[in-house]
Design a binder for this molecule. Structure first.
Ligand SMILES: [Zn+2]
Length: 872
């Protein structure tokens, strides 16, 4: 199972990383009665289990000025000093508990945001003479009880002592021990609170919290319940001389507070049966390796799922004993609540396949509720409007790492999602290009989800196209419909995460391109096989033929996945369920496979921002749609007595969508279709099948026409001069406000070349020749050179193409000169292309205007150096 205290979430640059620890178990709590401890004789303290010199004091003495918080671990807080204590009963020693923490408030500059889930692990409480220890338990390994090796199960597996606390006091009958809670929770003794410095950033480059202040850090709240003890700590960091001041959310960068709630949770006492993971279906898991198995794949990975038990075990369809109850937080705008509720309840459809009726229940948190959303006993769908929204939606859960049982979950939604604002502060060249998370390594077990930001950009794009295409009042209705569907989709998706499902970036392939606007079909079956995808906005150029913008129902894959995860059936039946994985609508591929970042992933169907069974055809149409929106953009988006800010946003969003479509197409070149099916499954193909050469060439041609051709990024005359940001005080200081069009187009070209010239892609093209790829590296590279050089050979080269050609030659030269570690076949291909370009340039040395001649002369100079260097 989980490595103890691993972090559940690490948000790239904003790493919200904390680790932690704590104490022991059991379900007592009612027996705490302060009064009765009052009259103990002072001599009794000496009978405590301590050493002779200075034994622990009497409990009643120490806590007499304290407020008691009875619960799993009874806590006390001194009413004068605020010092907090924790009481451990004898029967709680040598037992395991679950630890979990989450951020109840923070600032994004420091890497913390409200609702971020942190460490989740198992710990135990041990006695060592007059001390109590908190020990982290490793849950990653399994030893069969019947195997003699079981006796060696502790070998070479670390069991960290996270804290060791002196027993301060004992009760009269020596069955309960008091330790100082402050020493455990207020420092970083048990785990790291301040994120480690990013190894890639230089000192002073990023926001620095400074040092943890011992004086200011304090216990902010204690909540105690029979099954969990929650301690909210306000960590205060001091940095007297900050180099970076952070955003306006950081009120004073010399003092930054982060509030974290530590939860100590009793091990569930139930008959929950863990369910093992299978690579054909996408659940979050806790990885467990069977150390006593001789198998090649000794995996006993536990999927994360709720403990659902049928009220009537014999009924085919039964309500669960305890449903999964969701609360809509009282901060949620009223107008969104009906949509949220309806989307949540859609999941009941999936649970019916698994035999459960009304498995999901929705309630609204009253405005005057006596609990708040950070109370882990409630699963809350939360809504915030943050200065720097870290996402549009986020659906984390925490589990019992011993079994995978989900114990609680939340969903965070951000108001920015329904607004028309682009994230400020992004520079013109990268804004809305979708590159901001391209380098983020997403691991499937981190419940991080970027969907909200994607949908938000999608919606801005949709709004602009709808605006640009027509002018009727029906447009507003369409836009409302689109926003509503996107919110519906967002909720479906985030709830899916909290049910244990990870992403399925392959599911947008389900519907054939020609049927993609068949609304009736999409409403019935789903527009995508799963709601766990990051699909493109499904927008038709022909308004009459507009289908669903987003899918509004859990798709066939979701129903099937929930059946696998939740149906109370035996292993034989589970195998039958899994055997269906080859059905096209059940296809699956997640973040570990997807191709969003250059060089990552190999199956182009596992991609974000794509749509339909013909993602290339769909993306080509999308670029055409982008181009259709330009001509009327100025007319539609410039309003009297308003600045041009919205027009500038529109340009950024449209070029962003253009770039995204090219990215989708580019993945087919050198791609490999992957089949996760097991041997002998009906409908299974060989695991790896290279994308057919005709399909690769079609993609190459589309990239050439829509991405690299001299007019690929043309816009109507007179647009650029209006791309002005609305000024706000001195906010432009140091940043030039003129639209940097060339930088933006170059960025898009670089993004394409990052994929098309990636070492992994080039080596894969050569490797796949061994099992069916007919589009070899030489032919591909020749086509790429042609796309970048042929159209304006013998003519003037426009300045955007000059940038592109220089960029391409620089990259070829770097490969030839050995600056990058490409294989020899790749180096030869690059060498051959440089020579071909050299000869093309030679033949048109005198063609074009003076600037073109200078450009070609420069290219020739670079190529000469590269080829000379190789010779030497
Ligand atoms: Zn997601």
């Amino acid at each position: 199972m989980t490595v103890p205290f691993k972090t559940g979430l690490c948000y790239a640059a904003l790493a919200a990383c904390l680790v932690a620890v704590p104490l022991s178990d059991a379900n007592a709590q009612k027996r705490k009665d302060k009064k009765k401890d009052k009259k103990e004789a002072p001599t009794e303290a000496a009978t405590a289990p301590a050493d002779k010199k200075e034994g622990p004091k009497k409990l009643s003495e120490v806590v007499k000025k304290c407020k008691a918080y009875p619960g799993l671990f009874t806590m006390y807080q001194d009413t004068t000093s605020g010092t907090a204590y924790l009481l451990v009963r004898n029967d709680q020693v040598d037992k395991e508990y679950i630890y979990f923490n989450h951020v109840t408030d923070g600032v994004l500059d420091a890497g913390y945001f409200r609702g971020a889930y942190g460490a989740n692990g198992v710990f135990s409480v041990r006695r060592y003479f007059d001390r109590l220890e908190l020990v982290g338990e490793n849950t990653s390994f399994y030893f069969d009880d019947k195997n003699a090796l079981k006796r060696a199960e502790a070998a070479n597996i670390n069991r960290p002592i996270l804290a060791s606390q002196k027993i301060e006091a004992v009760n009269d009958d020596n069955t309960a021990f008091l330790i100082k809670a402050d020493d455990i929770f207020l420092g970083e003794v048990l785990g790291q609170v301040k994120p480690s410095p990013n190894p890639n950033s230089k000192p002073g480059q990023s926001f620095d919290l400074g040092k943890l202040s011992k004086e200011k850090t304090k216990t902010a709240a204690i909540h105690n319940y029979p099954e969990n003890t929650d301690i909210v700590v306000e960590y205060v960091f001091e940095n007297p001389y900050p180099v970076r001041y952070g955003s306006s959310a950081v009120t004073d960068s010399r003092n930054v507070s982060v509030k974290i709630q530590h939860s100590l949770i009793e091990m569930p006492k139930n008959d929950y049966k863990p369910r093992l993971d299978d690579p054909r279906v996408g659940y979050f898991t806790d990885q467990v390796t069977d150390m006593t198995s001789p198998a090649a794949t000794p995996y006993r990975d536990l999927i994360h799922r709720w403990h659902l038990v049928k009220k009537d075990p014999n009924a085919a369809l039964s309500e669960p004993v305890e449903p999964i109850t969701w609360w809509i937080e009282n901060t949620t705008p009223h107008e969104f609540r009906p949509t949220i509720k309806a989307a949540l309840l859609q999941w009941n459809k999936a649970f019916e396949k698994a035999g459960f009726k009304n498995a999901v229940v929705v309630k609204e948190q009253p405005d005057d509720a006596d609990w708040d959303a950070s109370d882990m006993r409630y699963n809350v769908l939360r809504w915030t409007s943050s200065p720097i929204p870290p996402f549009g939606g986020y659906g984390p859960s925490f589990v019992n790492p011993r079994t995978g049982q989900i114990l609680g979950a939340d969903i965070m939604l951000e108001y920015v999602f329904v607004t028309n604002r682009l994230q400020s502060g992004r520079i013109f060249s990268t804004a809305a290009l979708g590159l901001e998370e391209a380098d983020t390594e997403l691991v499937d077990n981190r419940h991080f989800c970027n969907l909200g930001s994607k949908l938000h950009l999608n919606n801005m794009f949709g709004a602009q196209v709808l605006d640009a295409l027509e002018g009727s009042s029906a447009i507003e209705v369409d836009k409302d419909d689109m926003i509503k569907q996107s919110l519906y989709y967002l909720v479906l998706h985030e709830v899916g995460h909290t049910l244990g499902l990870n992403h399925n970036m392959k599911s947008s392939q389900m519907i054939h391109h020609k049927d993609i606007h068949n609304r009736a079909k999409a409403e019935q079956l789903g527009l995508t096989g799963s709601v766990m995808d990051y699909p493109s906005l499904n927008l038709s150029a022909d308004k009459e033929k507009q289908g669903l913008y987003y899918t509004t129902t859990p798709g066939p894959y979701d129903l099937w996945a929930i059946e696998y995860g939740y149906a109370p059936v035996d292993e034989g039946k589970l195998r039958t369920i899994l055997a269906r994985s080859t059905e096209p609508a059940l296809t699956f591929g997640n973040d570990a496979d997807d191709m969003r970042s250059p060089g990552k992933g190999i199956d182009p169907r596992v991609m974000i921002g794509d749509m339909s069974g013909d993602a290339v055809g769909y993306a080509i149409e999308r670029v055409e749609l982008v181009k259709k929106a330009y001509p009327t953009l100025k007319k539609k988006l410039i309003t009297d007595d308003q600045s041009y800010h919205e027009l500038r946003n529109a340009y950024l969003v449209l070029t962003g969508e253009h770039a995204n479509s090219l990215r989708v197409i580019s993945r087919y070149i050198g791609g490999v279709y992957v089949d996760r099916a097991f041997n002998k499954q009906e409908g299974a193909t060989q695991p790896f099948t290279p994308v057919p050469a005709a399909e690769q060439k079609r993609a190459m041609k589309a990239i050439a026409n829509l991405g690299f051709s001299p007019d690929a990024f043309n816009v109507p005359d007179g647009l650029y001069a209006y791309l002005q940001t609305q000024r706000r005080g001195f906010d432009h200081f140091g940043r030039n406000e003129d639209p940097q069009i060339h930088a933006r187009v170059l960025m898009i070209h670089q993004d394409l070349l990052n994929q098309l010239m990636h070492k992994n892609v080039w080596e894969r093209i050569t490797n796949t020749q061994l099992y069916g790829n007919d589009y070899n590296l030489h032919n591909f590279a020749t086509d790429l050179t042609g796309a970048i050089f042929k159209a304006d050979l013998g003519k003037s080269v426009n300045t955007m193409r000059q940038n592109l050609q220089q960029e391409y030659v620089d990259r070829l030269a770097a490969i030839v000169e050995g600056k990058e570690s490409y294989d020899h076949v790749s180096k030869s291909a690059a060498f051959s292309q440089l020579k071909a370009i050299q000869s093309m340039i030679r033949s048109s040395a005198n063609a074009g205007d003076a600037a073109t001649r200078a450009h070609r002369d420069h290219l020739k100079y670079k190529i000469d150096i590269a080829l000379e260097a190789k010779k030497g």
